[in-house]
Design a protein around this ligand. Structure first.
Ligand code: FES
Ligand code: FE2
Length: 390
């Protein structure tokens, strides 16, 4: 090295391996976040996914079998038959439940063993066998499951926007993000971080990939965040040419719910949809949504290059990246140690802090925020696109 040569440090050489804060991202039982997630109901399928043909699903890293008995009751059971462990995926669904293909043990939707056909009297001790199962409830066209401790099972929440229905309102349910595959190959937390991260809208959706929504959404907003008691609200204000202000409120509700008003701003008022980021496992998630609709209502759908997401070439995905590209681009699970959070990341820092605090509460034996054991109370939401003076 020459004596007057300046060494520019900060090359990629010698950098430390990145580390994930697993307390935020783990979904398995016995982990901080896995146990917190298990204190809430989660959508695990569309109503039509539970049929007389058993369906293998994965939820919070648990492999399970979803079915619907011939009386119409949905069931969710551990796959390995309580007799000798073959999978109930090959089971036959009957009036009263699902019958294992191997020796015919019959289990109802709550795992009770009703018959052991090879045993005397159809199994004198069948009452002592229970196929592990989880409770289900159906609402808004979705099937919700509770995978937590039975004695702490809360009420399945009702949401004001989905309960206040005009005569011509309908609710449609969906199980996939707009631009991307049904099962997204990254941690659910990447998308949850995105909920209060409204500053990405004018960049990712407003200039980098062209105007993906509408021109007013491409304007740089002024943003503040607030704790709501059940999550974090993001309040974004954009000055419009007519002197009015677009106030756009998006809402993150613990542990994995988001209320995102129509980014196409096709009308003003409260958001008409509630969506859930279902962790399939630590490195995959799905988006379930219930959307209130009326005849004539539309939602914005972006079609970069005039194509749907799966028709786009690799070069077009680079030219028009969307949320999928940005979030899967963070890796299977992001490396928190490599982040440099800035002032505009305040909202996601608040949401993460709240999640970790609730996980701590559960670890100490308490109940997290947002669960109700009493009345069928309705969750009051605030999300929407509002036109205000000034
Ligand atoms: S393994 Fe299921 S009945 Fe024997
Ligand atoms: Fe986005």
């Amino acid at each position: 090295m020459r004596s007057n040569e300046v060494i520019d440090e900060g090359t990629a050489y010698g950098r430390k391996p990145g580390v994930t804060n697993r307390d935020l991202t783990d979904t398995t039982p016995g982990t901080k976040m896995g146990d917190l997630l298990r204190r809430y109901w989660h959508p695990v399928g569309l109503a039509g996914d539970a049929t007389e043909r058993p369906k293998a699903i994965r939820v919070l890293t648990e492999d399970l079998i979803l079915f619907r008995d011939k009386r119409g009751r949905p069931g969710l059971v551990y796959p390995r038959c309580a007799h000798r462990g073959t999978t109930l995926y090959y089971g036959k669904v009957e009036e009263k439940g699902i019958r294992c293909c191997y020796h015919g043990w019959l289990f109802d939707v709550e795992g009770h063993c009703l018959e052991q056909p090879c045993e005397p009297e159809l199994g004198r001790h069948r009452d002592q066998v229970r196929q592990p199962w989880y409770p289900l409830e159906e609402r808004y066209g979705l099937i919700f499951a509770y995978l937590g401790p039975a004695e702490r099972k809360p009420k399945l929440p009702r949401w004001d926007v989905l309960e206040q229905m005009d005569a011509d309102h309908t609710i449609s349910a969906s199980d996939h993000i707009q631009s991307g595959p049904k099962i997204v190959p990254c941690s659910w937390t990447h998308h949850y971080d995105n909920v209060p991260d409204h500053y990405h809208v004018p960049i990712l959706h407003g200039s980098n990939s062209g105007v993906q929504f509408v021109e007013m959404m491409a304007r740089m907003p002024q943003i503040d965040w607030e704790y709501t008691g059940i999550g974090v609200n993001t309040r974004a204000r954009r000055k419009l040419d007519n002197g009015k202000t677009l106030l756009r409120i998006t809402e993150g509700v613990l542990p994995n719910v988001r209320l995102i008003p129509d980014p196409g701003i096709s009308r003003y008022g409260k958001s008409e949809s509630v969506s859930w980021l279902l962790p399939v496992d630590d490195t995959h998630y799905m988006l379930y949504a219930a959307l209130k609709m009326k005849p004539g209502w539309t939602r914005a759908f972006t079609r970069p290059a005039g194509k749907s997401w799966d028709e786009m070439t690799a070069a077009e995905h680079q030219q028009y990246p969307d949320d999928f590209e940005a979030q899967v681009g963070q890796g299977a699970i992001t490396l928190h140690s490599e982040e440099h959070l800035a002032t505009t990341d305040q909202g996601l820092a608040m949401l993460r802090r709240l999640l970790l605090k609730q996980a701590e509460t559960v670890a100490e034996g308490g109940d997290p925020i947002g669960v109700s054991f009493g009345d069928d109370s309705v969750v009051a939401t605030h999300a929407g696109n509002f036109l205000i003076d000034g």
